[in-house]
Ligand binder design. Structure first.
Ligand SMILES: C[S@@+](CC[C@H](N)C(=O)[O-])C[C@H]1O[C@@H](n2cnc3c(N)ncnc32)[C@H](O)[C@@H]1O
Ligand SMILES: [Zn+2]
Length: 675
């Protein structure tokens, strides 16, 4: 056993990566983060660091720094690795059996090696196909140089004025992706703009709606809202003014009112409280448009003309797939919204249907990329979005990586300028794809596989390296959360990729294989399947091969599962180290008690051969935790360090060491936290 490796950071490079990596999950995210959704997307810099140090552990630190792009002025992920590194890694095969949105295999290929990316979830697999497409046909679909020029010429805020680019006929130069995307947008605008009439000559960007119930006592319509606040800076809000059972809306100075609290409501007219059971039973589809926001953020009550335009929209054919109710991740069925089609209002649904029709008409390559346009537009245009009174824009449906319920919601006019518009989505899709084309230029082979980690399509002892980021216990119920996108994507690309898109829903047809807790899957399910997955990894691994695993979770059970899986597979931890991956404000971190680091395990084949040596165990635990604390890791991050070292010891001394190490850690943590 290599002692106390946990703090080895001889060159100090990990510190640098620690600074850069968390930012890539926030404001400094790479452009493809806005192309396709990936709830567990890992920072590219973190992925590259871990892959590089696993494959070339003795590389000169200067070359490591250069390869990571840490010495340039652009963000590191823009930097493609130098040819000398690519040359050295040519032909090396690296498997990621839990590839997700592809950060690890992408960096494997960018480093010059051959990436085999296995993923069971079709939505994430389509993301992997998109990366492959960027590599194989990218330059034919978008001309990265012409695109950069257009971006510069039409710069607007963080993006470009996509509407002007499309309307000035500029996209001819940038290739078929931009040309087709713009053509579709312009056609749809011509057809549908009349359903979004202007206000005093100005385009309406957003419509704010409230769901409603009738008051069981006075019969008045009760708008259900957490807050009627519209604008934090100007302190504007809206208020219902009743005449009889109905109400008009005023927009005025003030903090606004709140009519729902944890699901229970209060009637603003007569003041009685309405139970959540009543609300759930009666909320249905009685939404009322209350406020409209123009492109220049003028906020005013919705008028009869606004409502009339809405009523004129033809009844759309609705998505018929059922949602599975899950108390943590999918809540709409509790409110009677049982089918995906219930999550969109009439105009939203009609618009999305028409967008699907148009995108379906284009060739498979362009269509694969534009499928993400549909997914993003659905995300920004549902009955589960919400108004952001700080940014005066829309918070998308899956902001919390789950199909939560919102009371008021925002409907976006796709053809106006503003958050969530079709123009913005077009920009994000083109720019994200162009980034992938740049990033994969000259990369090694990249092979997406739609398959399961439980049954890898590889012969015994055929890979030397596995680098992977398995599901973290109950962090994300993947199958259920991704269904929101799946039901749209299948309508766009189902005929191109029938093997991935002929399922009804993921929760019904795929979730038995999902290695996570949630959506009815138990802790036992997770443990059993994680074990099987690691046994399978061991099967395809050459003797003497290396396995690298990312992991983070606040709960003990999650680590027990990991230790058991390693031991069952015959893998021992040689080294483990922390890497900062998230900001404390990150949704991922928030949901997990402010976790900011993942622990990276470096394992080799072998089994527990050492007897439990209490002295060695205590010493290792103490030194590790003290080292972590000295380096500034604290709270849950530090507490996870105790589990990480316990997992390591368990692979050397047997599973009994897990409890012993955890016990030893408790007293050390108490002492460290006392400071
Ligand atoms: C932590 S995420 C990986 C995230 C990835 N590193 C990224 O940067 O996007 C784990 C992935 O494992 C996938 N997964 C769950 N069960 C699986 C199975 N049986 N086989 C393959 N993949 C599975 C999930 O769909 C999810 O995408
Ligand atoms: Zn009432």
């Amino acid at each position: 056993m290599t002692p106390h490796c946990i703090m080895n950071d001889v060159s100090g490079l990990r510190r640098l990566v620690d600074k850069v990596a968390p930012r890539e999950r926030g404001g400094a995210a790479p452009p493809h983060a806005r192309l396709y959704p990936s709830f567990a997307r890992m920072s590219l810099t973190a992925a590259r660091y871990v892959v590089l140090t696993a494959l070339l552990p003795n590389l000169d630190p200067h070359l490591v720094k250069k390869t990571l792009g840490l010495d340039g002025d652009k963000r590191p992920y823009w930097h493609n690795p130098p040819a000398e590194v690519r040359e050295r890694l040519k032909g090396v095969v690296v498997l990621d059996p839990f590839a997700g949105g592809g950060s690890i295999p992408m960096e494997v290929a960018r480093l010059g090696a051959r990436a085999v990316a296995v993923e069971y979830n079709p939505v994430q697999w389509l993301a992997l196909k998109t990366i492959q497409l960027a590599m194989e046909r990218g330059k034919e679909l978008i001309d990265p140089r012409a695109w950069e020029m257009l971006k510069k010429r039409y710069r607007r805020g963080f993006g470009a004025d996509m509407e002007a680019i499309c309307k000035n006929g500029e996209t001819e130069k940038a290739g078929p992706l931009a040309r087709e995307g713009c053509r579709i947008a312009l056609e749809l605008e011509r057809e549908l703009a009349r359903y979004y009439p202007p206000r005093n000559g100005k385009r309406v960007a957003h419509y704010i709606w409230a769901k409603q119930v009738r008051c069981p006592r006075c019969g008045a319509w009760v708008p259900l809202v957490m807050s009627t606040r519209l604008d934090k800076v100007r302190t504007l809000s809206w208020r219902p003014i009743y005449s009889g059972a109905d109400y008009d809306v005023v927009v005025e100075k003030g903090e606004g009112i709140k009519t729902v609290d944890r699901g229970d409501a209060r009637c603003p007219r007569c003041g009685i409280s309405v139970t959540r059971e009543y609300v759930r039973k009666n909320v249905g589809h009685n939404d009322r448009m209350v406020v409209v926001a123009t492109e220049d953020k003028e906020l005013s009550p919705a008028t009869e003309a606004d409502r009339k335009a809405y009523e004129d929209v033809p009844d759309p054919e609705r998505l018929s797939e059922l949602l599975l109710y899950d108390p943590r991740s999918v809540r709409p069925p509790a409110y009677g919204w049982k089918r995906y089609g219930d999550l969109f209002n009439r105009r939203q649904h009609h618009y999305l249907n028409r967008l699907v029709d148009c995108v379906k008409g284009v060739e498979p390559g362009v269509r694969t990329v534009l499928a993400w346009l549909v997914a993003r537009q659905a995300d920004y245009n549902s009955r589960l979005t919400s108004w952001d009174p700080g940014k005066l824009g829309v918070m998308h449906t899956m902001s919390y990586k789950s199909v939560r319920v919102s009371w008021d919601y925002v409907e976006v006019n796709p053809f106006a300028k503003g958050a969530g518009s079709l123009w913005n989505a077009l920009y994000d899709v083109f720019d994200g794809f162009a980034f992938l084309v740049h990033a994969m230029d000259g990369a090694g082979p990249f092979e997406p596989v739609l398959g399961s980690a439980l049954n890898l399509p590889l012969p015994d002892r055929s890979v030397k390296y596995v680098v992977t980021d398995p599901p973290y216990f109950d962090s994300i119920p993947y199958a259920e959360s991704y269904d929101f996108y799946y039901v749209w994507l299948k309508r766009v690309v189902g005929d191109i990729y029938p093997e991935a898109f002929s399922f009804w829903t993921l929760w019904r047809d795929r979730s038995a294989e999902d290695i996570s807790v949630g959506g009815g899957r138990t802790v036992e399910h997770f443990k059993t399947l994680l074990k099987r997955a690691f046994r399978e990894i061991r099967r395809v691994l050459e003797d003497g091969g290396v396995v690298v695993v990312f992991y983070a979770h606040p709960k003990r059970e999650a680590w027990v599962a990991l230790a058991e899986a390693f031991v069952a597979a015959g893998l021992v931890v040689e080294d483990v180290y922390p890497l900062r991956m998230w900001m404390p404000t990150d949704v991922q971190a928030r949901g997990k008690d402010s976790i900011t680091v993942a622990y990276i395990f470096v394992l080799r084949t072998g089994s527990a051969t050492q007897a439990v040596d209490m002295e060695l165990l205590r010493e290792e635990v103490r030194e590790t935790l003290e080292g972590l604390a000295t380096s500034g890791y604290s709270d849950v991050d530090l507490a996870m360090g105790a589990y990480a070292v316990a997992v390591k010891l368990a692979t050397h001394m047997g599973l009994r060491a897990l409890e012993l190490a955890a016990a030893a850690a408790r007293s050390v943590l108490r002492r460290l936290n006392a400071y």
